[in-house]
Design a protein around this ligand. Structure first.
Ligand SMILES: NC(=O)CC[C@H](N)C(=O)O
Length: 399
């Protein structure tokens, strides 16, 4: 029997701090594709209606990194992982200052996130970011449809717009292909970057150089994780806008130049292709391109790009070179035509083992290489992080 002394004052129980509201929107929403397909669901994120290319990502983690990756600018992303938002949203796992995806299509939104890093619910963050979402969609059926018919334009509406009206809007919306989307997401002003990720995950890192390698990164939609990995591998980075000229780059006396990832059709990034062509005239200047940067290198070499059926967007894509396989993080809708690359200058070093498309290339006689996949991961496996060390080694050799 517990007795409480008469003079004891039992504090009145403090009101538990109000949990952030996790009540989900129950308003109807609809997804319409350009081929007339209609999928009904429930609103989440921002209310409204958006049009864009409907793509899918098969990753089981990393929804926050994907939604903020500028490479997804203008796209409506379907997540095949059946429940999203499990760990909420935090202020660190961002690849840019804002979400760049326009829409989010999910099977189920976790009603109550659970993570010590959670700062707000995904639903609330999507709403603040202006990303129009739809949940309760049969994402398996949708992804099978996209795989069979290819990526396609579509629209999400949670503002009561009827499917027929929405279809007319989709059909009236021009394709993004052929547009220079990199120019829209690139920085307007140069800036420097010297932070690495808070938890360097690569214990194999060699001690950095006495003075960091001077790297100029061209921002076609650069992911923050790439900047962090360059710094982790001993670089001090100056980021220039997508339309930087050779003179602006060389004025910074770079030891290496990085061509970044980014959205849209690589053939439309004309200033970037011109710059890459000029950089290739500097025979001893190390150049490293990732994803869009890799494609721009290939185009600058006289190669041609083409659009994949439904793209590669996920975290488990095997890419191989003789004797080795890397499990890679991928997000691209275009690829380089291997037969269009000049074999006397270019060696294709890696292929995507799912469909044999070009996954990486290097120049035979210059310190230049391109990676179609994402060695910075974020999200995804870290198998390919060594490509950053390879870039650093090319600069170290020239010191
Ligand atoms: N992540 C990227 O850099 C994407 C490159 C290009 N926009 C593509 O879709 O292929």
């Amino acid at each position: 029997m517990i007795t409480v002394p008469a003079n004891a004052t039992l504090d009145t129980p403090q009101e538990a701090p109000a949990e952030p509201s996790t009540a989900l929107d129950e308003a109807p929403a609809v997804l319409v594709l350009a081929d007339g397909t209609v999928l009904r669901g429930v609103a989440c994120g921002a209310r409204g209606r958006v049009c864009g290319e409907v793509v899918f990502n098969t990753g089981m983690t990393g929804y926050q990194e994907v939604l903020t990756d500028p490479s997804y600018a203008g796209q409506l992303i379907t997540f095949t992982y059946p429940e999203l938002g499990n760990t909420g949203v935090n202020g660190e796992d961002l690849e840019a200052d804002q979400a760049h995806a326009r829409g989010c299509i999910v099977r189920q939104l976790a009603p109550r996130p659970s993570s010590w890093r959670c700062e707000e619910t995904l639903d609330h963050w999507l709403s603040r970011q202006g990303v129009v979402g739809i949940r309760g969609v049969d994402t398996r059926a949708l992804v099978r449809h996209l795989r069979e018919g290819g990526s396609i334009n579509g629209a999400i509406a949670s503002d009561g717009t009827d499917p027929a009206t929405l279809l007319r809007e989709v059909l009236a919306t021009p394709s993004m292909d052929g547009l220079n989307l990199a120019a829209r997401v690139s920085t307007r002003e140069p800036y420097t970057w010297n932070r690495t990720c808070t938890a360097p995950f690569d214990s194999r890192l060699q001690p950095g150089p006495v003075s960091p390698y001077r790297v100029v990164a061209i921002d076609f939609g650069i992911k923050r994780a790439i900047l962090e990995r360059l710094v982790a591998h001993g670089c001090a980075v100056t980021v220039l806008p997508a339309d930087a000229s050779l003179e602006q780059v060389l004025a910074l006396e770079p030891e290496g130049v990085f061509l970044s990832n980014g959205p849209g059709d690589p053939a439309a990034v004309r200033e970037g292709i011109t710059l890459a062509r000029d950089l290739l005239e500097q025979p001893q200047l190390p150049v490293f391109g990732i994803c869009l940067g890799h494609q721009i290198l290939g185009l600058a070499l006289g190669g041609r790009s083409f659009k994949l059926g439904y793209g590669h967007r996920g975290l488990n894509h095997p890419c191989g070179s003789p004797g080795s396989v890397e499990i890679t993080s991928q997000n691209h809708g275009f690829a380089l035509n291997p037969d269009s690359l000049p074999a006397e200058r270019v060696r294709i070093t890696h292929r995507n083992l799912n469909d044999h498309t070009v996954a990486a290339l290097e120049l035979r006689h210059q310190p230049v290489f391109g990676i179609q996949y994402h060695p910075e991961a974020s999200p995804g496996p870290h198998d390919a992080d060594h490509h950053f060390a390879r870039f650093a080694a090319l600069m170290a050799e020239r010191r």
